[in-house]
Design a protein around this ligand. Sequence first.
Ligand code: PMP
Length: 346
Amino acid sequence: MLREHVKKLKAYSVEQPAHRIKLNQNESPYDLPAELKNKVIEKIRDLNWNRYASPFADSLRRAIAKKEDWDPEGVLLQNGSNSLINIIVTATAIRGKLMTVAPSFSLYAMEGKIFENRVIEIPLDPEDFSLPLKSFLQKLKKEKPSVVFLANPNAPTGNLFPEEELLQIVKARKETIVVVDEAYYPFSKKTMRPHLKDYENLVILRTFSKAFSAAGIRLGYLLAAPSLARELRKVMRPFCINLFQEAVGQVMLDHPGYVSDVVNQIVREREMLFNELKKIPGTISYPSQANYILFRVANASKTYTSLLDQGVLVRPMHGKGIENCLRVTIGTPEENRLFLQALSKP
Ligand code: PMP
């Protein structure tokens, strides 16, 4: 009945034990204000809900293209960037090769494995999670993967890879699609966007789930050369974006001031949290350009349980290079204060 291969896979899961303060999924701690929610509702109230929306959310694609100063043909929208990762793998690699780094966002390997690809994971430098560029390029040229996934800032480590290094990877093999996942771009302000026009194998992923405070809405987009986006579109299901999602996207694009206020507040709190974490004995925290901080303790499962006992939910980390690490999402100032208080308790 089932592919043998599927039986061996593990479904994605995220623990959600009871808690008072939720700092485990890199969401924005700020829900959209009632004023913006009302604008969304006004927008969809008069639409015809009995009719299909446009198959590929054309009006939102055009609005994103305008904001990004890019051709609308080079913009694709899906239910969250997770779905775009699926689209890219579907179009590029089945029983082939996918390359990424470790530690990184788990969905790259997960999607790779669904399609029976060999997932090549290059370990990051254990000290600072920087990219071992030379060995990465060597492996890329030797293995010739169809697709490379790199999150920038990287998740869960929070560091940025230098633009020049990413560019060398893009240039190394024009037959390999290089996906730079910029889910946390609004917090880092570093993007590969200026290079899109020069490289047909470069894809940039973005999401409304983090800085745009709309994780529950499920909306992500990609930017790529129109010639590549037209190919990727062939494996996309039509009508994936509904009227509601499209309206939320439009309203958020119409209110850049709200988004930048949220981002500024989170970046300020991130710096405060990083400085305070440094003062806690036995804790090593890693500098982050995103909306979370990775930190190492003597015994992560003990610390995780102690935090949870005090009502604070963070994300336990598993995998090579992040042993005894936890990841905390930047919350509101009050949430961050309570987290620090809970962590400092002996
Ligand atoms: N990329 C990275 C690097 C992420 O950390 C996440 C969220 N966990 C995503 C993509 C998924 O975002 P979305 O909600 O748009 O599916």
